[in-house]
Design a protein around this ligand. Structure first.
Ligand code: F3S
Length: 649
């Protein structure tokens, strides 16, 4: 336990202590964790299962693994349906539960039906930390990491620092969990959580329900944090009881004398309605500051705000009223359970009556699948991301808000502080949820599994596998980009692109086209190339395609000022060198089309020695670093995790 030997433990450290199977709990060093549960969604899942199959393991070794279908549910060709069939059949064969399309958004369903306090969960989706709302150590990971964990391998992270967010007081009416996390984002920024777990403690925790806690841990992903976590207490027990899962409860909290690396204090009673303004989740202002600007669209749902509690609040606000004539309001309940219960209690009828457009329980507009706003349109969304172009409308102006602010504004037609609406309409949460898991298909038994056929349509293409690292690299700079490049820039989403998720050659045609339409062709023509980037390169989602597409296009290295955590790991997993400038000013000294040389790179990675980049075009030299653990070095030398795992099996 390093220098904290005699001190109490944070909740994060307690769960890590119970799961560590490689390394030591020394901050900043690499540790390997035993993973109890995994989840995938369809956009990253096909790749994860192709990788799992390539490992040659018959049956998953986790306590529980789930394959959700929630991202690509709008059929416009055969591709999505083929992907679903492939995932359903591969899940059946290998011991994975399959949550069918229509059953809901992975994180919402997982929280309701499968998450367990004290367990570890990794998911090939960056909002997997939603599970922290129920006291899990739940982390977003690359698809390959999930494949390895399903095969019984450890998941490697850097032993995190732990930030204590001390909550006091109680939220006022019209202020909700979304405003709490927007406040944390305002304080910490989209880079502030890197290498850290955000642990919520204090008196104020008691007043937050499990779905509210999950809203906060969900959007902790936008801090760049490893994950976020709440204690497991009486509120957690009540939630599990209501889900008929009382036996899954364990009480969990930090020791009273736990030592934290940082501390933030938030008085819940002082919070007011907030919004993240375009185009970053940390561009936070109060709704009052933004003022009554005219809006075009409101979308309520996503894994951040689609619980029954959120939906009931919205229904009671909309009751007997009509959506403003200039506003399109869409609502997507987060799961079949939520949808079913809204129907049973009459709330669905209220929403329809008010003029809401009810969508399937799925990600939908959050991933640009439908409901793109009009050009220059102002859209209020209860989602977690508002990066440029993510909505499917290039010049769309997306604001991230609470369900309360969204619902009130949908009625007024302008950005409205919900506190102006008078008393908050009361709503009652049922004591029991409606339990019906008939859309979760259990896997075949061990005896039946060999007879299950894995169904592969023409959209299921093999994924690219890298070759071992060369002795030297000499390549042109095919692209130079600025700071805060997101995985949405690298590999955009949207209705046209998403169906190609299991077809890397086809999807690569869209790589970086948001920044430069000619990039894919140029990179392919070059055969091998290097990308130069600014700070926080690869922020955003866990999207492994943001590494797989550049790999397919021949990108050998990314040289930038700094990387976002999951993306950096995805690059290493795929054998693409993540290099950082020692002197950030060198960024300005490289241009697109410059020829760069990394002499003796294999040797430098193997021995951890200095790496020099020679700019042949300009006749200059730069120092770069590539901090790797021993295992990371092994992966880079082998040309990625899959090659490394095969060699070390
Ligand atoms: Fe889906 Fe959006 Fe969440 S794409 S998993 S609802 S961040």
């Amino acid at each position: 336990m390093g220098n904290n030997e005699s001190k109490g433990l944070t909740l994060t450290e307690k769960i890590i202590k119970n799961h560590i199977i490689d390394g030591e709990m020394i901050k900043g060093t690499e540790i390997g964790l035993r993973i109890d549960q995994t989840l995938t969604q369809d956009a990253t899942g096909t790749m994860a299962y192709l990788q799992f199959e390539a490992m040659g393991i018959d049956r998953v070794k986790t306590e529980r693994s789930l394959a959700y279908i929630d991202h690509n549910t709008l059929q416009s060709g055969f591709e999505n349906a083929d992907d679903h069939r492939y995932i359903g059949s591969v899940a059946k064969k290998h011991g994975i539960y399959f949550s069918r399309p229509g059953n809901g958004i992975c994180h919402q369903v997982h929280l309701e039906r499968f998450g367990k306090p004290g367990k570890t969960l990794i998911g090939s989706d960056s909002h997997t930390p939603t599970g922290g709302g129920i006291g899990m150590l739940a982390m977003g990971a690359g698809g390959l990491d999930v494949a390895v964990a399903m095969g019984g391998g450890a998941y490697y992270i850097t032993m995190p620092k732990v930030v204590k967010v001390n909550l006091t007081g109680k939220l006022n009416d019209w202020v909700s969990a979304k405003d709490v996390i927007l406040k944390v984002l305002q304080i910490m920024s989209v880079k502030g959580g890197v290498g850290k777990v955000i642990e919520y403690c204090g008196e104020g925790v008691k007043s937050l329900s499990v779905p509210e806690r999950a809203t906060i841990t969900n959007m902790g992903a936008e801090l760049g944090a490893t994950t976020s976590i709440f204690p497991s207490d009486e509120t957690t027990l009540a939630f599990l009881k209501a889900q008929d899962r009382e036996e899954d409860f364990v009480a969990l909290s930090a020791d009273p004398d736990a030592v934290y690396d940082e501390e933030i204090n938030i008085d819940l009673s002082e919070l007011v309605p907030m919004a993240a303004c375009p185009h970053s989740p940390d561009n936070v202002k109060t709704v009052k500051e933004i003022g009554a600007i005219k809006i075009d669209q409101v979308c309520i749902g996503s894994c951040t705000n689609s619980s029954l509690q959120d939906m009931l609040k919205v229904a009671h606000i909309l009751k007997g009223k009509t959506v403003h004539p200039d506003v399109s309001l869409s609502i997507a309940p987060g799961s079949k359970q939520v949808f079913n219960m809204l129907a049973d209690c009459g709330a669905l009828s209220i929403l329809i009556g008010a003029g809401a457009r009810i969508l399937e329980s799925a990600c939908g507009p959050c991933i640009g699948m439908g409901q793109s706003p009009n050009s220059k349109g102002i859209s209020l969304r209860t989602f977690n991301r508002n990066f440029l172009g993510r909505s499917g409308t290039k010049d769309g102006q997306i604001y991230l808000v609470s369900p309360e602010t969204a619902a009130i504004s949908a009625l007024t037609g302008v950005f409205t502080d919900p506190r102006l609406a008078g008393d908050m309409p009361p709503y009652v949460m049922p004591e029991k949820f409606l339990i019906n898991d008939n859309m979760v298909v259990p896997p075949a038994s061990t005896e039946e599994a060999p007879n299950v056929e894995v169904l592969r349509g023409p959209n299921i293409k093999p994924f690219p596998v890298n070759v071992p690292l060369a002795e030297d690299i000499k390549a042109e700079v095919s692209l130079k980009v600025g700071d805060n490049i997101t995985t949405d820039h690298i590999m955009p989403a949207g209705a046209k692109i998403l169906p190609l998720r299991s077809n890397i050659p086809a999807i690569s045609e869209y790589c970086f086209t948001v920044c430069d339409e000619t990039f894919p062709t140029r990179a392919k023509e070059l055969g091998k190339s290097i990308i130069v980037g600014g700070a926080n390169y690869g922020q955003g989602s866990s999207r492994e395609h943001a590494a797989l597409a550049p790999l397919y296009l021949g990108v050998k290295a990314i040289i930038c000022k700094s990387f976002a955590r999951i993306h950096r790991q995805n690059l290493i997993n795929n054998g693409i060198l993540p290099l950082c400038f020692v002197d950030e000013a060198d960024y300005d000294k490289i241009d697109r089309d410059d020829v760069l040389e990394l002499p003796g790179i294999r040797n430098a990675i193997e021995n951890g020695t200095e790496i020099t980049v020679k700019n042949i075009t300009k006749g200059t030299e730069y120092k770069v670093t590539c901090e790797l653990s021993e295992r990371g070095k092994g992966m880079m030398l082998a040309g990625g995790l899959l090659n490394y795992t095969k060699h070390n099996k």
